[in-house]
Design a protein around this ligand. Structure first.
Ligand SMILES: Cc1ncc(COP(=O)(O)O)c(C=O)c1O
Length: 477
């Protein structure tokens, strides 16, 4: 098979897959043993055999989760926007690293352009930014920047002899904060988890108490995170309240908007959820979550500083990659990145931005919120369902009501049943020990009818399970 035929085949398969994504089951579930058998991973290599390659692709597609399916409501991302898929394919065939202008001239300028647009949108003045591999890393880079700004000898001398540094996050903050504290030598004990109010937002008075305690013990509070849309509950910490405390204590205020930061696109939602954002020190938002770019696609922005990232992160002597001499005003993004090789993520975000525009993305986020509100109303109106916690934004945490049963094990069985029979995949989390199914609506094609179908299937399966339980109880008697 020549290269031309390879591309023809590939495009045909991709197209077929694309049009089948929203129909049939969202997954042809097989348990790991069955799947291993079907995949035949041990089949001998066949040098240069393209037919074999396409057989593997076929198998991959047959048994993969169709994330664009309306019943895939499990994660913060779904099937990607088509412009970003185009960008992804072009990035793959051009295969370069976005670390230098030399190797990636167009993507360097696109990334700079997008950083500029995002700084404007967020309202950061004289700021800077970079595209990273996701919010976990963006959170870590923000913490690292704050750490090295708070104690500017660390880059050279390390943490030795350093006054103890403390970071503060809401109790529901993403686990990437724990990981960052570990990687950066802060230590889990110095990452203080601040109690939350009933809506899942950090209680500012509790933060103040915690900061005072640290100061009284001789520690240095250097970093506070406002989560804009917590992972499980969708809670928004009050940026304005935390800004007031920053005034008093001088810490770095980072906003983790991995999920709910997308509200910044809509003026209406920004006003409701992100007041004060323009005054924060840094902000991260995943374009690959609510905004639909293909995984991974993220931005980290820094406010009122243009050299923080390069100062904190730059390494290497400029001998082989980054040029000290400024050829044609060459701008290398890699100097302010933790990576050496950098995937070209700017192209897909740039194409999405040009295709949908800010308005299009704003309408998408608003529509998602409307659908979540609709889902919440269905839960409240149902005799079979109940909310586990109140909905504050995009996350609907609910469960099936089971009068005389253990709620957690019943709901776990229900959720697993729906997963295995290919009906739907909904998120699962424990909130104060109570199992909650977490419904996330991020598919731009989603409509009320999809939400109706999702709950209809879930209730039917729940009733079926209840009946089975009744039968087994009678049999036990
Ligand atoms: C609030 C929050 N922050 C950070 C992250 C990590 O983002 P990423 O998957 O891009 O590393 C997540 C992921 O779900 C999240 O919900």
């Amino acid at each position: 098979m020549n290269d031309k035929k390879v591309f023809e085949n590939l495009l045909k398969i991709i197209e077929q897959y694309h049009f089948s994504q929203r129909s049939g089951k969202y997954l042809e579930y097989r348990n790991p043993t069955e799947l291993r058998g079907l995949l035949e991973l041990e089949r001998p290599e066949k040098n240069g055999d393209w037919q074999e390659i396409f057989d593997w692709v076929e198998k991959y597609l047959t048994y993969s989760v169709k994330t664009n399916h309306p019943m895939f409501v499990n994660r913060m991302w779904v099937g990607a926007n088509l412009p970003s898929i185009v960008g992804e394919i072009v990035a793959a065939v051009t295969n370069t690293s976005a670390c230098t202008y030399e190797s990636a001239p167009v993507s360097t300028l696109m990334e700079k352009y997008m950083i500029g647009r995002m700084l404007e949108l967020v309202g950061f003045k004289n700021g800077e930014g970079q595209m990273t591999t996701g919010s976990s890393n963006a959170n870590m880079i923000a913490m690292m920047t704050a750490r090295n700004m708070a104690a500017n000898t660390i880059k050279q001398a390390g943490m030795f002899g350093q006054r103890k540094l403390f970071a503060f996050v809401g109790a529901d903050a993403h686990y990437s904060m724990d990981r960052a504290a570990n990687i950066l030598g802060i230590g889990a004990d110095q990452l203080i988890k601040v109690p939350l109010d009933p809506l899942g937002a950090m209680i500012p008075a509790e933060l103040e108490r915690a900061v005072d305690r640290v100061l009284a013990g001789g520690g240095q509070p250097f970093f506070v995170v406002a989560t804009a849309g917590t992972t499980v509950r969708g809670g928004y910490d009050s940026i304005e309240a935390l800004l007031a405390l920053r005034e008093k204590y001088g810490f770095w205020l980072h906003v983790d908007g991995a999920w709910g930061g997308a509200a910044v696109f809509s003026e209406k939602l920004r006003n409701r959820y992100l007041r004060g954002l323009e005054e924060a020190d840094s902000f991260t938002c995943d374009f690959h979550k609510m905004l639909g770019s293909s995984l991974m696609c993220n931005i980290l922005l820094i406010n009122k500083r243009t050299d923080a990232l390069a100062t904190v992160l730059c390494a290497g002597d400029g001998s082989y990659l980054f040029r000290n001499e400024n050829i044609d005003g060459m701008e290398d993004l890699g100097t302010a990145s933790l990576q050496c090789g950098r995937r070209v993520d700017s192209l897909k975000w740039f194409l999405d931005w040009k295709f949908f525009g800010r308005e299009g993305l704003a309408r998408r986020v608003e529509k998602n919120l409307d659908l979540c509100k609709y889902a919440e109303e269905l839960v409240k109106a149902s005799d079979h369902l109940e909310l586990v916690v109140p909905r504050t934004s995009f996350n609907v945490c609910f469960r099936f009501k089971v009068p005389a049963e253990d709620n957690n094990s019943f709901n776990l069985a229900l959720r697993t049943g729906l997963y295995r029979d290919g009906t739907s995949l909904v998120g699962l989390a424990y909130i104060d020990g109570e199992l909650a199914m977490r419904l996330l609506v991020t598919n731009p094609a989603a409509e009320r009818a999809d939400i109706d179908t999702f709950f209809g299937n879930l209730i039917a399966k729940g009733q079926e399970l209840l009946q089975e339980l009744d039968v087994s109880l009678v049999a036990d008697c």
